[in-house]
Design a protein around this ligand. Structure first.
Ligand code: ZN
Length: 168
């Protein structure tokens, strides 16, 4: 994936443990890159340090693991049988922090797109990314029509991207 990074980004990546990107994140990046989209990774100046930042679209993308970020109603998200209280508290904290980050981004004029790990299986990747692409294009348009940034992924709950479309 080195071809997706400038030397500066690569340096930043290598100097930060865990920032090389998870497998689901790589799948999103590969798709975007392959479809001509360009982006930055882990931009520190953007609140919440989103996984993927697309400035021309004023869009921050988070690729969330279903367990750690507590994907509600998801098969991949089950609280472990042992240490249940510990895990519940931990995941609740993560979710709270996520929501706070999304709020800060919205207040700063950013659109937020959350893509869940379970939406990026081989079977679902293409459909998921087409939805993301649609949102990106809407975001681009809204910049020129001076609409307020939208909370596509986070309105009211942890509903996935384009939740109004139902199954994703
Ligand atoms: Zn999930």
């Amino acid at each position: 994936m080195t071809d997706t990074m400038t030397p500066e980004q690569r340096h930043r990546c290598m100097s930060r443990i865990g920032s090389k990107g998870t497998k689901p994140e790589l799948a999103v990046r590969r798709w975007l890159w392959g479809h001509g989209y360009r982006y930055r990774l882990n931009v520190k100046s953007v609140p919440g340090r989103p996984d993927i930042v697309m400035r021309p679209y004023r869009t921050a993308i988070f690729v969330n693991g279903c367990f750690w970020h507590g994907h509600e109603g998801c098969k991949a998200f089950k609280t472990p049988q042992s240490n249940t209280a510990f895990w519940e508290a931990k995941i609740a904290r993560n979710r709270l922090r996520d929501r706070q980050n999304y709020d800060i981004l919205h207040r700063n004029g950013w659109n937020v797109v959350v893509v869940w790990e379970c939406q990026l299986t081989t079977k679902r990747l293409e459909q998921t990314m087409r939805r993301v692409e649609l949102v990106l294009n809407q975001n681009m348009l809204s910049r020129y029509t001076k609409q307020k940034p939208q909370a596509y992924a986070v309105s009211g709950s942890t509903a996935p991207v384009a939740a109004e479309g139902g199954q994703f």
